[in-house]
Design a protein around this ligand. Structure first.
Ligand code: GLA
Length: 394
């Protein structure tokens, strides 16, 4: 996808949000703000361990058309659900009052108000191209679009670098999902043509050039369409195991466990399952750093084996993959991908494969054939170009 195509994709979603706004509220919106979904190139389940991640923003975006209003009320229409909801002060005073997609909007208003910001009331209309429930951070895209719009419209003194933590609070506290800070950081801080190297402890970022087109490569994304199985519970269990292991090892977070001498460190833990969880996090952090070093040196193709090793670690040590994603990874590798791995929280979701730009069709066909052979639902595929983070569209 070229830069022009990307802009066309966003313009099409924005047109739907603006049309929905105009027909629903009988006036033009004051503006439209866009925020993307993400894929994570590498660094999985490292964010809540104070470690490193390397996501990039997708061309698929969520757009919110907004007009402020004087009273503290937020009326929100969503194209995807076809619903229109009203949020009043009581809804945004206490986490959990609103459930479903509205929780992400109410959660952002709550988090901003809880941080002491004077959030303007508003009418909002939302349209999105970010696939729902596919592990591509559709909820972070929604939170980030709403937060960026309300911060801009209200003239809030809220630096961009501080915004992901507020969007994360909306998700953690209001919506009740104990995620780390990667997805909201990706949606807000990513840049066109770059992957975002984020230190989840210091929140320092470095924009790493990731121009796959120029390298003659492409990132193929396979939405496994595997039914999500107990995602929130399993995610919370992994997070709890990591935090317990850090306490047992006497470190603030697993980020502080050195990769050198890992076997001796692991020997201090009794439970073999916890040992595997720790090994995943420690080796995954090292793989992120190695990937960043290769990308800085322009050696894009060579990151392939690190991606594949990351997958093996998620499958065998962190135990968060499912047969559908393992099948997609194996089929892509057999069809010539340089590397492939599941991306996102796990238990379904998407796989990414680094391939030669002209190999998209045969690799896709190989994955689809492998799915047919196993009677899995046909996967969706697309190629992903690193795209801009949250911004004002019009
Ligand atoms: C989900 C969470 C993120 C991160 C990933 C796993 O996407 O929202 O915070 O933990 O899983 O890397």
């Amino acid at each position: 996808m070229t830069r022009t195509d990307q802009r066309d994709v966003v313009a099409a979603v924005a047109a739907r949000a603006i049309d929905g706004f105009t027909s629903g509220y009988g006036e033009q919106p004051a503006g439209a703000w866009a925020a993307p979904g993400r894929v994570n190139l590498i660094g999985e389940h490292t964010d809540y361990n104070d470690g490193f991640v390397l996501p990039f923003a997708l061309p698929q975006q969520t757009v919110v058309a907004v007009t402020p209003r004087p009273e503290p009320l937020w009326t929100v229409w969503s194209e995807q659900s076809g619903e229109r909801i009203d949020l009043d002060l009581a809804d945004v005073a206490e986490p959990g009052r609103v459930t479903g997609w509205g929780a992400y909007v109410a959660g952002v208003v709550w988090a901003l108000r809880d941080a002491g910001f004077d959030v303007p009331g508003a009418r909002l209309a939302i349209a999105s191209d970010v696939p729902l429930g596919a592990g591509l951070s559709s909820s972070a895209a929604l939170e980030s679009a709403v937060l960026t719009a309300l911060a801009d419209l209200g003239g809030l003194d809220l630096p961009v670098d501080d915004r992901p933590a507020l969007a994360q609070r909306a998700e953690n506290v209001y919506a009740g999902m104990p995620c780390g800070i990667m997805d909201q950081s990706a949606s807000i801080r990513c840049r066109d043509g770059h992957a975002l190297f984020l230190d989840c402890r210091s929140l320092a970022v470095e924009q790493i050039p990731f121009d796959v087109d120029a390298a003659g490569l492409a990132v193929l994304v396979v939405d496994s369409r595997a039914p999500h199985r107990h995602v929130t519970g399993e995610y919370a269990a992994r997070r709890a195991a990591c935090e317990a292991a850090a306490r047992a090892l006497g470190v603030p977070a697993l980020r502080d466990v050195p990769a050198d001498g890992l076997d001796e460190t692991l020997a201090r833990l009794d439970d073999p399952v916890v040992r595997r969880r720790v090994r995943h996090v420690v080796t995954e952090n090292r793989r992120v750093l190695e990937t960043v070093a290769l990308l800085r040196a322009g050696r894009v193709r060579e990151i392939g084996p690190l991606l594949t090793a990351s997958h093996a670690s998620m499958r065998d040590d962190f135990e968060i993959t499912v047969p559908e994603v393992d099948t997609a990874v194996e089929a892509a590798l057999t069809a010539g991908a340089y590397g492939a791995r599941m991306t996102g929280g796990g238990f379904g979701g998407c796989v990414l494969a680094l391939i030669d730009a002209n190999r998209s069709e045969p690799v896709t066909a190989a994955v689809k054939n492998a799915y047919t052979a196993q009677n899995f639902t046909t996967p969706h595929t697309f190629t992903a170009t690193p795209s801009p983070g949250a911004h004002r569209h019009t």
